[in-house]
Ligand binder design. Sequence first.
Ligand SMILES: Nc1ncnc2c1ncn2[C@@H]1O[C@H](COP(=O)(O)OP(=O)(O)OP(=O)(O)O)[C@@H](O)[C@H]1O
Length: 551
Amino acid sequence: HTDREEDYRFLHSMLMEKKLHLLFKVKTRLCYKDLMTHPAAPFLCFQLAEELIDQGWRDEVKELVALFSKPNFKILLAVHDAVAQRDFEPRLPPIPDDALEDDEDSVKIVSLVKTKDPLGATIKRDKSTGAIVVARIMRGGAADKSGLIHEGDELKEVNGVPLEHRKPKEILTLLVQNNESIDYKQCAFSFVTCLSLFMQALFDYDPNDDPTVPSKDAAVAFKRGDVLRIVSMEDDTWWQACHLGDSNTRAGLIPSQQLHERSPIATCPSVSFPAGLRRSFRLGRKSSLAREAARSRRWSTGVHSSICPPTYKEVIPYHRDPRDRHRLVVLVGPSGVGVNELKRRLLISDPDHFGVTVPYTTRERRRQETEGVDYHYVSIHKFEEDILNHRFIEYGRYKGHYYGTSLDSVHRVMAEGKVCLLDVHPNKIKHVYTSEFKPYMVFVKPPRIDELRLTRRRAKFICDEEDKTSVRIFSEEDFEDMINLAETIESQCGHLFDKVIVNGDMAEVLRELKVDLEKVEEADVQWIPAKWSCSSPTKARRSCGHLDGWI
Ligand SMILES: Nc1ncnc2c1ncn2[C@@H]1O[C@H](COP(=O)(O)OP(=O)(O)OP(=O)(O)O)[C@@H](O)[C@H]1O
């Protein structure tokens, strides 16, 4: 008997539950239907096949015999036998008569059969009441599948042992004891909703290295770039997630985005990159003034120690139709790291597949140059008009002439059906980081300084294409600048990169990049930022706007 409206509501929703109706139907069928109870259907099947063969080896007989000998058909028959004999394993012990006391009308007894899998739940002591409560239920785990245990439920007893004044550790010992089943006496109900969205990890995580994780066994390890299916964000600190494609459907704990935000290193100062003109415009390396600025900023802001690490990026699956244009491939890296060299070698390796943009300039065409091959030659008036109309991804002025890469030139390469290779300054990424280009972002990183010294021994830094005398060898300072700038770029834009490649041995790097690009092109599913889709799944479920703050 109850007068409480919420009890009525609970009962009503439970009785109206479709799953419950289906279960009743199954039960009725099992109880009343006259099932064939012969215990050896697979054997009968074998006998029948033999009899059929005696009748002559006709096509129909051949087909039937082939069907009977298939392992899945045999298993189906074995399952039929098990069901027909009502041989449902395992048998649960009866609930003790004295289990329910009169005053415990909201207590339920839950009996779960132990399997090799863990229960998939964590418990904690409620600080205010001292009660032992279920802290988390791992989605897909035994507790979740049972539908009988919920987050917030209070545990009263385990296998008849009262839990009052017991520490969570002692309770865990009770749970792992060698019983076939576990009986829980618990009260209170709470309902959880199931969520499913995808996050790409932007950092490596190993619970064994994390002293703050509530349970190492319940946590999921992952690597940067892994796509995780998030099934619960109800806890501010620990989300629940599964690895994509993991056959194990049980979710585990991963640190939430908020957990990082709450950490003392959560403030994220905005750092801009030293502006420099890329050599892809034949403009030489960044000016000494810009280098000075970069160096002074490096020492004055202490930027490297105060930037918060990237956490997750919400992603959605993208299935590229073969008729669709290829994704743009964007190469980013500090000046001198080898972005142009990599681009050039990729292009030479397969000029029918890869393409590069032709820059625009206002300078005079030279005798050996060809319009549309070396440059597009335009007037100053036209160039400035295009600047005002935001047609350039990047542009700059050198020795009185404008140079720039336009969005149109990217479109042109893509329209030819080629993979457009583009190198951009980190400050300009935003111009191409759009659903229109769906860029695959590659960060070209310098190796450690000793490897830089070794590999760049003979490499020259061309300062000015027009003045060949300005070719010079990398200095120690150039290497340091390169490494420091790479660190800044990675900490500021790391969340945007799909691939990080360390440019040590050029031949090896080229091979690695080609394999990676091929893999991306051939993949059935590619993962792209959810913000490139008009209907991000989170918009419908819950706001995850803070993630966008990273871009
Ligand atoms: N892995 C490598 N091993 C040896 N030399 C390299 C390697 N990568 C690049 N280089 C050499 O380093 C020099 C600079 O490379 P590159 O012009 O590609 O730099 P960049 O990143 O495009 O810089 P910028 O944007 O300033 O032009 C070139 O002489 C190039 O051949």
